[in-house]
Design a binder for this molecule. Structure first.
Ligand SMILES: *Cc1c(COP(=O)(O)O)cnc(C)c1O
Length: 408
């Protein structure tokens, strides 16, 4: 007997998410904003409640029983994240507040060791602004890799940006939260390493939709955020190769990140405690652990296959609609579709969709430079999760067609 995961049954999976059975204006909720924050399955809520009711205390402090239980739960969550990413050891996993905090940590602790840093035109502001701040604070040069008309990283341009050997870090998205583009991470890593640069990947989207193996990718840092992975908000992850983390100074100072303090100075703690100043997100770590167990039991491969069917279906439906422009057409893409309707502003389209019970994001999705690159002021974005159905994709496409007529 093998223990194969049960076949993917989206109807069954939807029952795990209480919120999906709520109604909006009397209509079934069509939630297509998982790329902004995903809904939580009952097992995540239950794990957090159970922990708070029976095992909660601060971690790494008390000698008493509850604190030991809570510390164990927190460290077990770290081990679960390490397995999820296939990190070499749980010590390579730093808990942060979210992806944004992960990049700020990286910019402060690793950034100053670089002469130049490369990001791309399709970064979320979380992987752009911290590097602009580093440039302004410390004079580290910031280089921007172009994106092609298809919405892919321009690898020839990347090669030219790396050519002088001055780049210390390439920090790019693993999957765009606007275009759905999945970047060729192994190629990027190979190119960067050959030029003496390290690589950080923004996995805020990719880690939700695909199996991630940081050792197979060969990346040096990997960042993601708990609330998009069906876990709670308030927790994120920075993975870093151990020898790199060990060479990095702390970012935030305070309790837990020190091994010794006197009035005249301090000795930082070892890794990863060095980067976890203050009381961490404890119940949130338990919730993230439950979320990782949940998606792992379903299987990241099965989730990817389901979303691939949805993505192909969405591409076919949307590209057949007159007057609807989908940003990006990458070869390798996931279930994120940012669309512009030729007759209407994105906010008006989203308002009409809301009347049909459809929740989408409208605006620039924390990627203003990318919208400028494609010459659009704003877009409506539908983003899929493991609970998204083909019928919901159809509802989105139908409502877009209706909106185009309505605003004509
Ligand atoms: C959402 C997102 C972030 C930021 O996540 P936070 O939880 O808001 O810090 C960063 N990068 C990408 C690609 C995202 O989609």
């Amino acid at each position: 007997m093998t223990h194969a995961a049960p076949p993917f049954d989206v109807t069954r999976i939807r029952e795990d998410f209480p919120i999906l059975s709520t109604r909006v204006r009397g209509l079934p909720l069509v939630f297509l904003d998982s790329g902004a924050s995903a809904q939580k399955p009952r097992v995540v809520l239950a794990a957090m409640t159970r922990f708070l009711e029976t095992s909660y205390a601060n971690v790494h402090r008390g000698a008493y029983h509850l604190s030991e239980v809570a510390t164990e739960a927190y460290e077990n969550a770290r081990a679960a994240v390490a397995r999820f990413l296939n990190a070499a050891t749980p010590r390579e996993i730093v808990f942060t507040a979210n992806a944004t905090a992960g990049f700020n940590l990286l910019a402060h602790s690793f950034g100053p060791s670089c002469r130049a840093v490369v990001v791309s035109e399709m970064e979320h502001h979380a992987n752009l602004v911290p590097w602009q701040m580093l440039r302004d604070r410390a004079g580290v040069e910031l280089r921007i890799c172009r994106v092609t008309d298809a919405g892919e990283l321009d690898l020839d341009h990347l090669a030219s940006l790396l050519a002088d050997g001055r780049v210390g870090l390439v920090s790019v998205t693993h999957m765009s939260n606007v275009l759905g583009t999945v970047t060729p991470a192994e190629r990027i890593v190979a190119m960067a390493h050959a030029a003496g640069a390290r690589v950080a990947l923004d996995g805020s989207q990719a880690a939700v939709h695909r199996r991630v193996d940081v050792q197979a990718l060969g990346c040096d840092f990997y960042v993601f955020t708990g609330h998009k992975l069906y876990g709670p908000n308030g927790i994120g992850v920075l993975y870093g190769r151990l020898e790199l983390l060990e060479a990095m100074p702390p970012f935030l100072g305070g309790g837990d990140m020190i091994s010794e303090v006197t009035l005249s100075g301090f000795v930082p703690a070892s890794v990863p405690a060095r980067f976890e100043a203050g009381t961490p997100p404890i119940a949130e770590a338990v919730g993230l652990h439950a979320a990782i167990d949940y998606v792992s039991a379903i299987g990241m491969g099965a989730i990817e296959a389901h979303e691939r069917r949805l993505t192909d279906h969405a591409m076919a439906r949307l590209s057949a609609l007159p007057g609807i422009r989908v940003l990006g057409a990458a070869q390798d893409r996931g279930g994120v579709f940012s669309v512009a309707v030729d007759t209407a502003h994105a906010h008006d389209v989203a308002t009409l969709l809301d009347r049909r019970g459809i929740a989408v994001r409208s605006g620039r999705h924390c990627a203003e430079p990318l919208h400028a690159r494609f010459g659009v002021e704003s877009t409506c974005r539908a983003s899929f999760g493991l609970y998204t159905t083909e019928a919901e994709v159809d509802a989105f496409a139908d409502a877009l067609a209706e909106a185009r007529e309505f605003f004509r």
